[in-house]
Design a protein around this ligand. Structure first.
Ligand SMILES: Cc1cc2nc3c(=O)[nH]c(=O)nc-3n(C[C@H](O)[C@H](O)[C@H](O)COP(=O)(O)OP(=O)(O)OC[C@H]3O[C@@H](n4cnc5c(N)ncnc54)[C@H](O)[C@@H]3O)c2cc1C
Ligand code: FES
Ligand code: FES
Length: 463
């Protein structure tokens, strides 16, 4: 038996941890407020909150798309569905959606209300931009976003300045039972880690549950995300180490990581959506081996090392991890345990660029990252990576080599662009034609230099 708290009830279940949280909520618990739209994590109709006990004894709530989340990842946690927010009167979130005409057919509304309640519970300083960003994973097909935006502004005005649970209960944002949840979570028994060595390894499930949801429902799953690694992001002298199950949200919330990458918010805001960033793991992105995996491209330019644990622990440079299309330099049973990189030093700069067909909630047509160290106008170190231009996420070895030890001039960059054109082998597909992707990467390559060295070049110097 495993235990979780669903809204205000402790539930014991011996159901397979591989079924989706959505199916558990709707078909086992008969809570039909949570809707089914795409079943691919794209629309947000199925959004629920997942609350985990933090080291400070408080519960940290995150929005997740329940359609691609394994039930097992909710064991030992507090699951909040729209049904669990129901009170005799509407909450300020629900009332604002009603008052501003933010709901028409109403199908998307539970998802919006849950995401926004998650925002009320977790935001550090409520404002228009971050509140709007909290519904970046919710799609509305009929109302039009302006009325939803007006509702959001109304909600932001009402969030108490100190948004702890007691104040949110007092102001009617959440029901009273929320105050008892930390104690109840501490008391949950029989929470198994769900480890089966001969089973499918699942992190956040955001890739696997889109690809093979039916296979996973009855399968034995090794839920590696459940093993809390503290701290998930660790600085050891000159090195930064990230546990395999670190999510993009954890990177965004890490002070250390933001210190190393001052533009992190800009870099990661176009990676999936808030609920997917809350669930998807770094290891899942690396092992999925998509040629356009954003985190993979990011870490390739950091010249990161992958640490594998299997029969024997071993580590290898991430750039040697990809042998061919979806073929990895690891034995089937090997798990990614962590990723490490040298913290960029003085005179070292980093940039990440991504172009998609649609600005938000889309995978890249082409993406690229660059780490560069320039001292006395000479390129002392450079690592370039790009996705969407070959069968694997690519470390651009030849271009990086050609630029190393050259002076940082427009001429050097233009020469590098020639090598880059020879090094890549994009193909035409739904994300764009071969010519388009070539042109795109060339522009992203220039964008790295223009962003990092705005006083050195203008675009006309480079083209
Ligand atoms: C709506 C939506 C939008 C998305 N947008 C983006 C995007 O913009 N950019 C992007 O890059 N990706 C995107 N993705 C893809 C996905 O979210 C990421 O690739 C994510 O990082 C996958 O991590 P996960 O933990 O969910 O992977 P899972 O689905 O759990 O696993 C993926 C693979 O990794 C393996 N695996 C997981 N953990 C380990 C481990 N520790 N050791 C060994 N193997 C392991 C699994 O067995 C599986 O083969 C999107 C997905 C969805 C559904
Ligand atoms: S049903 Fe669309 S995100 Fe889950
Ligand atoms: S109100 Fe109809 S989809 Fe949003």
């Amino acid at each position: 038996m495993n235990e979780l708290i669903l809204n205000d009830r402790i539930i014991q279940t011996d159901l397979s941890p591989g079924i989706t949280l959505l199916d558990f909520v709707r078909y086992e618990q008969h809570l039909k407020g949570t809707k089914i739209g795409c079943r691919e994590g794209d629309c947000g109709a199925c959004t629920v909150l997942l609350g985990s006990l933090d080291t400070n004894g408080k519960v940290r709530y995150r929005s997740v798309t329940s359609c691609i989340s394994p039930l097992g990842n909710a064991f030992g946690k507090h699951v909040v569905t729209i049904d669990g927010l129901t009170m005799p009167q509407l909450t300020p979130v629900q009332q604002a959606l009603v008052d501003e005409g933010g709901s028409q057919c109403g199908f998307c509304t539970p998802g919006f209300a849950v995401s926004l309640t998650g925002y009320c519970l977790s935001c550090t300083r409520a404002n228009h931009d971050t509140a709007v960003a909290s519904v970046d994973g919710n799609i509305c097909r009929c109302t039009g976003y302006k009325s939803i935006e007006r509702s959001i502004d109304k909600i932001v005005e009402q969030i108490p300045e100190i948004n702890h649970v007691e104040n949110l209960v007092r102001d009617g944002f959440i029901p009273e039972y929320f105050t008892d949840i930390p104690e109840k979570l501490k008391d949950l028994k029989n929470v198994k880690t769900g480890k089966h060595t001969s089973s499918t390894v699942v992190g956040g499930g955001t890739d696997l549950y889109v690809q093979i949801p039916d296979d996973l429902a009855g399968a034995k799953v090794n839920l590696v995300s459940r093993k809390a690694v503290r701290p998930g992001i660790e600085i050891n002298g000159k090195t930064c180490r990230l546990a395999a199950n670190t999510t993009a949200t954890e990177m965004l919330e890490s002070e250390e990581f933001n210190r190393i990458f001052p533009e992190l918010n800009q870099h990661l805001k176009l990676v999936s959506s808030t609920p997917i960033r809350n669930m998807g793991t770094l290891a899942g992105n690396l092992v999925n081996a998509s040629p356009i995996g954003d985190l993979t491209i990011f870490f390739l330019a950091l010249n990161a090392t992958v640490i594998l644990s299997g029969k024997k622990k071993k580590s290898l440079p991430l750039r040697e991890f990809y042998l061919g299309y979806k073929t990895l330099a690891k034995a089937p049973g090997d798990l990614v345990e962590a990723v490490e990189f040298r913290i960029p030093k003085k005179h070292t700069h980093f940039n990440f660029e991504k172009v998609c067909k649609r600005t938000h909630l889309d995978i890249a047509s082409v993406n690229s990252a660059m780490l560069i160290k320039v001292d006395e106008n000479r390129i002392k170190k450079i690592h370039l990576s790009a996705g969407g231009i070959g069968p694997t996420p690519s470390y651009l070895e030849q271009t990086s080599k050609a630029l190393r030890n050259q002076s940082l001039t427009a001429e050097t960059i233009k020469n590098g662009a020639e090598i880059l054109a020879q090094e890549i082998s994009p193909i035409s597909d739904v994300r764009g034609s071969e010519e388009y992707k070539r042109l795109l990467l060339r522009q992203l390559y220039f964008a790295h230099f223009l962003k990092l060295f705005p006083d050195h070049f203008t675009l006309t110097d480079l083209i």
